[in-house]
Design a protein around this ligand. Sequence first.
Ligand SMILES: [Zn+2]
Length: 286
Amino acid sequence: MGAGTTGRAVGVVVLVLAALLGTAYVLGRSLLPDRPGSGRGVTAGVHETEYGDQSGGTDLSQDTPDRAEAGQYPDGHRAAESPADGLFGSRVTTGSPEVALTFDDGPDPQYTPQVLEILREFGVRATFCVVGENVQAHPELVQAIVADGHTLCNHSWQHDVQLGRRSPATIRADLLRTNEAIHKAVPDAPVAWYRQPGGAWTYPVVSVAEELGMTPLHWNVDPSDWQAPGAAQIATLVAREAGPGSVVLLHDAGGDRQGTVDALRRMLPDLTSRLRLEALPVDGAT
Ligand SMILES: [Zn+2]
């Protein structure tokens, strides 16, 4: 009895398992309700961390009948997997040797102060992609971000992943409302960047952002910290993938972000020793 026999035996077992799994999947799908609302309830229960945040993402649940797409939330892993597609010219690198850490979905009263403290310890400046309604709820945190020398990025009013599919007027109103909330907190702080929730860029959302003087900002390093894989995994991935010009996607809100906070502490000694971490410029892309 040689390797060939063993290989065939393993092959048969794999096939049987695949068939069983396939059946279970089909059965599972058929049990899911078709109504988007209740369907999302099921999804949210299973993948709590994906939605944990979405503080007031109420519109989101009404507007995203497609659960698969909603699964990209918060910041678009499908887009990250195929960075050549659907970016509509949004920036994926800093365009310089400097590395930009970006923190999305906040500000958050539990995690943003911790992130700020660690960045301060390491003398690192970063960019915060803030959600309008969170800005409105915690203007003092936006003030703390700016006071520490970090820069701001508009991340829409309530993290509407579908925003790019809406009318240009709706998109414009959403982005302006967010900037108004930011400027109510920090009147003079420039908002030179816009990041589309879910990375779900469309031509209209890129156009409106640019029209309002904001450079569309994507990313090229994504440790999927929003899935809370643990500090070690987040830190390892960033350490491995980050290089000159990287834009690193992280989250300081939208769920349990302790892993991200702890990962920062682990990875900053290494990152700061070999790369220059800097906030994205306040005058946008140059
Ligand atoms: Zn986000």
